[in-house]
Design a protein around this ligand. Structure first.
Ligand code: ADP
Ligand code: MG
Length: 229
């Protein structure tokens, strides 16, 4: 379902005409990808997952992909300029109508500031909060991902109907190379050091909504809907 454009509403016309940008951030395993998929279905906004875009470069063995493969396999972030270039290319495709959901971007303060400069879209930043590391470690070590379309499954809670095969596109469903416990713990540390400051950035701008992300997928979706509306 596409959201109808707002009509005849009070307030600034400029604000109403802006593209809606939802920024989802939180620790690895907090459910960004899962919730971005749900929002895409619900509101007709495009999901833009910088992680999926980066992994596609790696899979296609492009020059960029070859450069960043060792980094992401070690749980490190790809360089800011590289991710920005990939993101700008995606935003320039001209298919974004009502809005888009950023899943996994910005990952640090420099990226957040660059995003603010890059586009004047109307932003809502949603922080998917999970306090207990073991919850996200559990989710990620049981996560399965379609390497063709990026669909997200879970071997415990939400397996594909046919083992190893994506329900949506028929592509291969596997564990991501960086979804082992050691790498996941390292990614959580990177998140603490680099992504936490992004929370304060959006708080200062008055755009931050904090959502408890430790519940079921449906509970988290309901909390996000409450924050958006
Ligand atoms: P992120 O994109 O933030 O790293 P994902 O959306 O890929 O997180 O979710 C990580 C794993 O946890 C996946 O296996 C997914 O199916 C599962 N998952 C996502 N949200 C929930 C939830 N609310 N409860 C339980 N499992 C979840
Ligand atoms: Mg993700």
């Amino acid at each position: 379902m596409k959201l109808s454009p707002k009509e005849g509403k009070e307030g600034s016309e400029v604000e109403d005409n802006k593209m809606k940008r939802i920024i989802l951030f939180g620790a690895p395993g907090s459910g960004k990808g899962t919730q971005a998929d749900a929002l895409e279905q619900q509101y007709g906004w495009e999901k833009i997952s910088t992680g999926d875009l980066v992994r596609a470069e790696v899979a296609a063995q492009t020059p960029i992909g070859r450069e960043i493969k060792p980094l992401i396999e070690m749980g490190q972030l790809a360089p800011d300029e590289t991710v920005l270039k990939i993101l700008k290319n995606r935003l320039a495709q001209g298919d974004l109508v009502n809005g888009y959901i950023l899943d996994g971007f910005p990952r640090n303060l420099a990226q957040a500031e660059e995003l603010t400069r890059l586009a004047v879209d109307s932003e809502t930043a949603i922080f998917l909060k999970i306090v207990n590391d073991d919850v996200v470690v559990g989710r990620l070590t049981s996560r399965l991902t379609c390497s063709q379309c990026g669909a997200i499954y879970n071997s415990v809670g939400n397996p594909p109907l046919k083992t190893g095969q994506c329900d949506l596109c028929g592509g291969p469903v596997r564990q991501r190379a960086d979804d082992n416990e050691e790498t996941v713990r390292r990614r959580i540390n990177v998140y603490r050091e680099q992504t936490q400051p992004v929370i304060d950035y959006y708080k200062r701008l008055g755009k931050l909504h904090e959502v408890d992300a430790s519940g079921t997928v449906e509970e988290v979706s309901a909390a996000i809907a409450g924050a958006i509306n």
